[in-house]
Design a protein around this ligand. Structure first.
Ligand SMILES: *Cc1c(COP(=O)(O)O)cnc(C)c1O
Length: 415
């Protein structure tokens, strides 16, 4: 039985077990139910406050924006709605660095960032913005000494993702924030993978700018947000999309009440269910890894060791909670002999990814795996699995069975 076998809207995918939740997640049916009336009944332009229909749409939109801001513990007036994380990242990086009042012309970027961040950093060199790269250890944790050395009074923005989309590594964000603010710079976190699985308190964690996409936390595609300012210090953005003046002129265009209501609903569900879901995913992931690694000799984990997550914190606010070094649904490892692309092609019943996950058309090895110290060959032999909300134990057992069979077959061909 597959995860979606009782879901008629996913009929075409019934035979494939979906273990690629870092790429995207299905929209939760409860989110769809919340969203529908805002497409059909309350469809008026939310900016048309001259009539009651417009005001109903506008009020619904505002309530949803407030719900998201409350979850993030940030001021609602600083929450910008975008088309998704890529746009949010562009607005955060370009918006801060090219603002006419910004005098700091240097950015610091972690080497394991998503291409959305890497490409904007590269493009900003045309605006005379210099980028300093900071590496990580072999778990993918940013080198804090190197970071402290790189951030100075010329640095306008530090970009460190909260959780990595390939290795699931969770950043030591409190230390990153302290180093950033000690030098008077702002911190931007690509929180696309963290939003949902982790509690993100922008004020307590002191993250100035937070980027995310709803479709990574069981909401619809094409909607996301940028929190630009957590209330602790001022963030000035130069708008990237103009014309109409919506969202205080920082992001023009008619807003999408259905999308924002759905995103708020998805975030609230993920928050309410986080604790149980994290425990469930940790158990499933361990089961999956144990099945695979006991049947296939020589598999090696990429990124943080899985058993680190079982260590409970003994003190502090979160005493007794398992301390996460890695997203609970993430598994990334390498085979001693089979290439990821080959393994994927030989296992059509399981959806997973290899190499550079977000650009599977691109055969070059993952920059993240190279950055954490793997060779090109090791990177090509690596695969990534993302377990999610609707993944069952039966899915895991069946996926493992198919993966083990195809790996054995491919190993024999290789001999
Ligand atoms: C998916 C992802 C993005 C891009 O999100 P879009 O919805 O495609 O804009 C950016 N960063 C990370 C870490 C991601 O996982």
């Amino acid at each position: 039985m597959t995860s979606n076998s009782d879901d008629s809207s996913n009929a075409g995918a019934q035979s494939v077990i979906y273990l690629d939740h870092h790429a995207t997640t299905p929209c939760d049916q409860r989110v769809v139910a919340e969203m529908l009336p805002w497409l059909t009944e309350n469809f008026a332009n939310p900016h048309s406050d001259s009539h009651s229909m417009g005001r109903i749409a506008g009020d619904g939109l505002l309530a949803a924006v407030q719900e998201i801001a409350t979850t993030l513990n940030g001021p609602a007036e600083n929450l910008l709605i975008t088309s998704g994380a890529t746009e949010s990242i562009n607005l955060a990086m370009r918006g801060v660095m090219t603002h006419p009042r910004n005098r700091r012309k240097k950015m610091v970027v972690a080497s394991t960032e998503h291409p959305a961040v890497l490409d904007v950093a590269a493009d900003l060199t045309r605006d005379a913005i210099e980028t300093v790269w900071v590496g990580t250890d072999q778990c993918g944790l940013i080198d804090l000494d190197a970071l402290a050395g790189a951030v100075d009074e010329q640095t306008g923005l530090v970009n460190v993702m909260l959780a990595n989309n390939e290795t699931g590594t969770i950043a030591p964000i409190a230390e990153v924030a302290r180093i950033t603010h000690d030098a008077g710079a702002l911190l931007h976190c690509d929180a696309t993978q963290a939003m949902g699985p982790l509690a993100v308190d922008a004020k307590a964690m002191d993250i100035d700018l937070v980027s995310a996409s709803a479709h990574k936390f069981y909401g619809p595609k094409g909607i996301g947000f940028l929190l630009a300012g957590n209330g602790n210090r001022r963030v000035r953005l130069r708008p990237q999309i103009i014309g109409g003046g919506q969202q205080r002129g920082l992001r023009s265009g008619t807003m999408n009440p259905a999308g924002v209501v759905a995103m708020a609903s998805a975030l609230t569900l993920a928050t309410q269910e986080r604790e149980d879901e994290t425990a469930r995913l940790l158990k499933l992931r361990d089961r999956f890894w144990n099945l695979l690694s006991s049947a296939i000799e020589g598999l090696q984990i990429n990124g943080p060791r899985l058993e680190l997550n079982q260590h409970e914190l003994s003190s502090g606010d979160q005493a007794g909670q398992p301390h996460l070094f890695r997203l609970a649904g993430n598994l990334n490892f390498r085979s001693p002999r089979v290439e990821g692309e080959t393994w994927m092609a030989a296992t059509p019943g399981v959806a997973f990814s290899s190499g550079s996950a977000c650009s599977s058309a691109d055969p070059t090895p993952s920059h993240v795996l190279l950055a954490i110290g793997l060779s090109e060959s090791e990177s090509r032999r690596s695969v990534r699995f993302g377990l999610g909300r609707f993944t069952t134990e039966a899915d895991i057992d069946e996926a493992a069975r198919q993966l083990i069979a195809s790996h054995h077959r491919l190993s024999q061909i290789g001999d």
